[in-house]
Design a protein around this ligand. Sequence first.
Ligand code: SF4
Ligand code: FE2
Length: 637
Amino acid sequence: LHDCTTCSSDACATEMLRIADEQNIETAWHRHAAQQPQCGFGSSGLCCRICMKGPCRIDPFGNGPRFGICGADADTIVARHMVRMMAAGAASHSEHGRHIALALRHLADGHLDDYAIRDEAKMLAVAARLGVATDGRALMDVVRDVADLTLGDFQNQDEKKPCTWLAATLPEKRLKKLGDLGILPHNIDATVAQTMSRTHIGCDSDPTNLVLGGLRVALTDLDGMVLATELSDALFGTPKPVATSSNLGVLKVDAVNVAVNGHNPILSDVICQVAADLEAEAIAAGATAGINIVGVCCTGNEVMMRHGIPLATNYLSQELPILTGALEAMVLDVQCIMPSLPRIAECFHTVVVTTDPRNKIKGATHVDFSETKAVETAKTILRMAIAAYGRRDKNRVNIPKLAQRTIAGFSTEAIVAALTAVDAADPLKPVIDNVVNGNIQGIVLFGGCNNTKTMQDASYFRIATELARRNVLVLATGCAAGALAKSGLMTPEATEKYAGEGLKAVSRAIGEAAGLGGPLPLVLHMGSCVDNSRAVILATALANKLGVDLSDLPVVVSAPEAMSEKAVAIGTWAVTIGFPTHLGTVPPVVGSETVTRLVTETAKELIGGHFIVETDPAIAADKLFAAIQERRRGLGL
Ligand code: SF4
Ligand code: FE2
């Protein structure tokens, strides 16, 4: 048993944890408790396992060893470890991006019958941004050129030529600054490989040089994200505002409930498309409400943004939909998936399906997914879920009542479209005017994960409402968006309740002009983690219009529950492109004063952005607001 009152601020999660305790089912929270106390050397980054002479540990109090066996000191050990985390994060997001780019290439070659360019306008806009000719050309020729240029970001060997997508995304001033520092990457794969190589035993041991290398590899993470988002929009559609709901109450007692969990929309989008075709089969199996697809984690965000699919839950509570006893299948693709899922599913009728040959889980059923037979595979998986419905134990069904109304779908294009309703000739003007007059003090982007080190979702709610009250416009992606959706902050009612007067007036004006029948939701859902790129594109548009750099804008980033290596990469590029970036969990750097100072202070002088590490959400809100005020003063506001 554990203390439910400190685990999660999500009422559904708390309800399910009680059931977990009653039924003696172990969840992430139970495993977190079993891990206490966690290793102090590991927590501060002072345990090195890079070679087999180790592990070596540095005594943080100065009484024991000051050097590892090879001679590495605390600074080297901490820096190498962090930089490797960034490389792993960049590899993950970029692998996701490569998958989409390759699908696009195969589509252009006529090998993918189950996909199409669903948003031709976006495809052409992307082509134009990358400098691909479109006039009078067949669409698939344009698609092939865009795919090849994108794949070039994984292949280019000319170190002087920066990655195409970064060059097409960031403001000129920022590109110049990064180029001058020698940290503008030329190739995603090469930079990840170079990062692994330079952090091998006996290579780069200068902490400053290592951290600069880290910034470079983190920028490849951004490159991979931008290309993943933009090409996904072309393939699956660019999100528009959509009304849906969030939390475990989205499961239906008389439906075949199927959760899609992971990150990549290339499978989950097809599952959503074919579900309607199998509706009759589900009804014939006794599920009168047919098939109910729900999302978990970022693949959930992808299908919520594009199809209004409801979100069952975010990362940390991903085991809990199974505990409702009403989930027939959980379909997995890649990243942030708990290996415990099949163990929990064993206690119920749920089938856990892995689909990526490089991401299997012991105890799960594997159905190999390939884009060439996407519809067929999606149908096979859905039929497994329909068959499982017959095995459901009706006496063990416990679906929590709460399904929070959620307005999602705020792609950059959707935001600009809403602003166009206010000022068709100059859509960004209403935002800039209101930032200048102070109705909007600044913008905060919430991103990142859940982490058992803090109460699930609680800091998100606290910091978001605190900043909104002070007239800060709130954006969110990833599991941050999941947290804020479940908390009811993606509604116009939340704007009426929590926004400061200035922000409320602006939200009303935009929401009404755009025909939303009320103010914008308090928090604008911009998508999955890779869709942090949308916020960068929006910020770049604002910076370009004002003729300033990103580091001049009153824009801040907050990751109150940062957890994954991907989050380390995102946080680092956010700092590198100039944003003050809050972490609510203490990263394993505190064992090195030098590295801590580099990322929290020196970075600010060098690149404009810096990390703010603060575990207390109320103080974090103050610090983020102070950073916004500093930027405003810099702009003379
Ligand atoms: Fe120890 Fe150096 Fe090997 Fe790390 S690389 S485990 S510090 S000997
Ligand atoms: Fe994510």
